[in-house]
Design a protein around this ligand. Sequence first.
Ligand SMILES: [Cu+2]
Length: 188
Amino acid sequence: MASHMGCFLGCVLIVVALLQGAAAKTHIVGDTSGWTVPSSSSFYVNWAASQTFSVDDILEFNFQTGSHDVAVVSKADYTSCTKGNPIGSIINTGPAKITINSTGDHYYICTFGQHCENNQKLAITVGSTNGTTPTPTPTPTSSPGPSSSTTPTTPTGTSPTSSPSSASSLTVGGFSFLLLSTVIAFFY
Ligand SMILES: [Cu+2]
């Protein structure tokens, strides 16, 4: 009985961790400073370093329409502040919200005047969807007896590194829901 309860609690914790991992976050670029020519050359570098980006997260560039814009560019164009080959169309209207749709490195610049040259440029690195989720370790230390129920090894431990798309996270979510349903059905 107790072992079933332990398994049940473990599964609930796993599902909660999965749901937290799947939740998309909104990152306010530059926080309260917004998207502007920064006072320090390392401002957006430091800001990006303070964030953990995942697929499906949203970048919110806050700026006044007509004062700045947002262009997605290649690494080379980011480095050289080349404004002629944006990837997709330049976003002219603030605030601009961009959904991160792939892992890897992404680069954004402002094409106004010398803004990019003056460090209004952003580079981010996006990890896998549920890679760096701080999972609460399901170890009920207070439970009596030997923990015979070392909960089933989470199928998410080895995350789908091949294609961590939103579809795969949905699949994992669906699987964990099935798992939870099975445990509940078994328990009652
Ligand atoms: Cu600008």
